[in-house]
Design a protein around this ligand. Structure first.
Ligand code: ADP
Ligand code: MG
Length: 325
């Protein structure tokens, strides 16, 4: 593959966790309700992701690895009104440019599956194969052809930690999907896909946190912004923002406005100056969001920052003061 492709790949794929994030998002977009992620050596030498989604038709497999090949939305403006997480059509081409990829996939309508191998952007083989419905990606030896970039990776333990963070966020953002994460043959996370967010919080953070939550139930229901989920009682606050999780339309994001509104409410009503635990799901009308797409990340802005701040502040206040929700 050309240098241009390798550079472009570098923008999307920084480390094993980027591969996992992109492939898990694809699995969710494919309608999977069970996704298994297995890694070895922090994902540097081995990542296997199996889903039970719709699969890729054999004749479209090579196309999916072309740059800007996407079967999803066509317009950036549609980005948030539709549910799909992918939008650039860059992930597979970027991953294939810097790894050794083996793909096994089968759609419901096809009798046989397809096995496809592509390494460093070079197609190696495509054959018919028996396979269950869904898709498995085997991604080996990240940056095998760009040793200079491989040097910037951290230790396998640290890289595995980044992947674990991604898996936890995926589980929290999609309670309806069963996720399994296996690191060096040990199961690290397993959610049932039973849609109960509290159970997932328990599985990830344990009893101390799951036992000290305040539920926010359908705040703003019927309006352009709806909020539900959990906020932590002050006893489980922390010295950093690591426990502040919130998701907009199923996507993990960071927002200064949202964080500030949450923290200000805790300060005012709990006299608490540390950072709270939150796991909040926002459903926001596309017209209420402003999207800015970079090569690697999507930056969200709100049509009206002040209104958004107010909304979040009031929701958290209601939770903390046990007013009607
Ligand atoms: P994007 O997600 O932005 O469309 P990707 O490069 O991530 O681009 O994927 C390219 C295409 O490959 C997707 O649009 C989809 O059609 C197909 N694809 C990728 N992964 C899967 C999967 N796990 N199941 C079904 N289709 C997939
Ligand atoms: Mg994608």
């Amino acid at each position: 593959k050309s240098t241009v492709d390798k550079i472009a790949a570098g923008e999307v794929i920084e480390r094993p966790a980027s591969v996992v994030k992109e492939l898990v998002e694809n699995a969710i977009d494919a309608g999977a309700n069970a996704v298994t992620v297995e890694i070895k050596e922090g994902g540097i030498s081995f990542i296997r992701i199996t889903d039970n989604g719709e699969g890729i038709p054999a004749d479209q497999v090579p196309l999916a690895f072309l740059r800007h090949a996407t079967s999803k939305i066509k317009k950036v403006e549609d980005l948030l009104s539709v549910a799909s997480l992918g939008f650039r059509g860059e992930a597979l081409s970027s991953i294939a440019a810097v790894c050794q990829v083996e793909l096994i996939t089968k759609t419901a309508g096809s009798i046989t599956g397809c096995r496809y191998i592509i390494e460093g952007g070079q197609e190696k083989s495509q054959e018919e194969i028996g396979a269950p419905e869904g898709t498995t990606f085997l991604v080996r030896n990240l940056f095998f052809n760009t040793p200079a970039r491989k040097k910037f990776l951290k230790s396998p333990m640290t890289e595995a930690g980044y992947i674990s963070d991604i898996m936890e966020r995926m589980a929290l953002s999609h309670p309806e999907v069963s996720f399994k994460f296996i690191n060096n043959n040990q199961t690290r996370l397993h959610t049932s896909g039973n849609t109960n967010l509290k159970d997932i919080i328990y599985g990830i953070y344990g009893r101390d946190i799951a036992g000290n939550l305040i539920e926010i139930k359908d705040f703003g229901s019927g309006g352009p912004v709806e909020l539900k989920g959990f906020i932590g009682k002050p006893v489980i606050s922390r010295g950093n923002r690591n426990y502040e999780n919130y998701f907009i339309n199923g996507r993990y994001i960071k927002s200064k406005i949202i964080s500030k509104a949450i923290e200000d409410a805790y300060k005012t009503f709990m006299m608490q100056h540390k950072y709270p635990f939150t796991a909040l799901h926002f459903t926001i009308d596309g017209s209420y969001l402003d999207v800015n797409v970079h090569p690697t990340k999507m930056e969200l802005r709100f049509a009206n920052n002040e209104e958004m701040y107010r909304f979040v502040y009031e929701a958290v206040k209601a939770g903390l003061t046990h007013r009607e929700l």
